[in-house]
Design a protein around this ligand. Structure first.
Ligand code: SF4
Length: 310
């Protein structure tokens, strides 16, 4: 599988060109809301999955062909990027070669207690660890972590990272209806996050087909209510991705659709905005892919998503 995917329509980042450094789906968590499906390899073992120079070469080839295709570069995987031992070397190389693009790392934060993992992230422009729960029962229910992981140790790791890291630290909270949206959990989350001192809190919910069937997101009204627990912070409910009409060509649409939905199910409109092609081109290509057995359509929360075939 290619290491570069997208650009993906990101509700937070605009057009985000993804850099994937982990074999799918290797993660230290198995979150019930995960957009990339169930974790098939639950692991905390750090590995050198791929040579950083190979990823840089792939990125250079893409940006040479599509110099204006993306707003940011995001290290985000169908898995946990801090499991990759080459992460520090890769971040340094990408920042040196492409200083004009903000480089963002999305992580579940589970390994930040490890000094070496924190050190590898220091050159990123923004690091976004997630923290969905601060009580062990809720943590285990929503994130279904590797058995060796302890919640208090993870929180300590985030505090330590804040002390060492000079870039933008955002904490993301994914809210799941009936799981981590009680007043008690939200108050406790706000209390713990105060001790981490992030620059921003991003409140997210389930908007794409999740790993565990039956997992539900919060309504807009419930999200606004949940946000009130974080009113003393710079907190934002993650918005809806806006369409970008810029035309970036239609070459290899089928391949790019597959690469994108393998990481995250998308609607036709999101793919069109992200890939810079008309919606009818995505529709046409996706129907071809569906006939070839490479793509499925799945209805979630009243919207039709394109997903890879099983
Ligand atoms: S949401 Fe992130 S941390 Fe959770 S299982 Fe998926 S890839 Fe892993």
């Amino acid at each position: 599988m290619s290491s570069i995917f997208g650009p993906v329509p990101s509700r937070r980042l605009g057009r985000s060109l993804g850099i994937d450094v982990i074999p799918p789906k290797t993660c230290s968590f198995d979150c019930i809301y995960c957009e990339s499906g169930p974790t098939t390899r639950l692991s905390v073992t750090r590995e050198n999955f791929v040579d950083p120079s190979e990823i840089l070469a792939e990125l250079s080839a893409f940006l040479h062909l599509h110099p204006n295709a993306t707003d940011v570069l995001t290290l985000s995987s169908a898995g946990e990027p801090t499991l990759y031992t080459g992460l520090g070397e890769l971040i340094a190389a990408v920042k040196k070669t492409y200083p004009r693009f903000p480089l963002i790392v999305l992580t579940n934060g589970s390994l930040l207690w490890e000094p070496e993992v924190r050190r590898r992230l220091l050159k990123a422009d923004r690091v976004v660890p997630s923290l969905d729960a601060v009580t062990t029962t809720v943590f285990r229910k929503i994130n279904r972590p590797h058995p060796s992981l302890e919640l208090e140790q993870i929180i300590e790791g985030m505090r330590a990272f804040r002390m060492e890291y000079k870039g933008q630290l955002h904490v993301e909270i994914a809210l799941v209806s009936g799981v981590n949206d009680s007043p008690g959990e939200l108050s406790a989350l706000a209390h713990v996050i105060e001790s981490i001192r992030p620059d921003k809190i991003e409140l997210n919910t389930v908007v794409r087909p999740p790993a565990r069937i039956g997992t539900q997101g919060l309504s807009d009204a419930r999200m606004a209510w949940a946000a009130s627990f974080f009113s003393s912070f710079n907190a934002e409910i993650v918005g809806v991705f806006e369409t970008d009409k810029q035309d970036r060509g239609e070459e290899q649409i089928g391949l790019r659709i597959i690469e994108t939905v393998e990481r995250r199910p998308c609607t036709v409109a999101e793919l069109a905005a992200s890939l810079g092609v008309p919606e009818n081109s995505v529709e046409r290509e996706s129907r071809k892919l569906q006939k070839q057995g490479k793509l499925n359509r799945l209805c979630f929360d009243g919207k039709l998503f394109l997903c890879p075939a099983e």
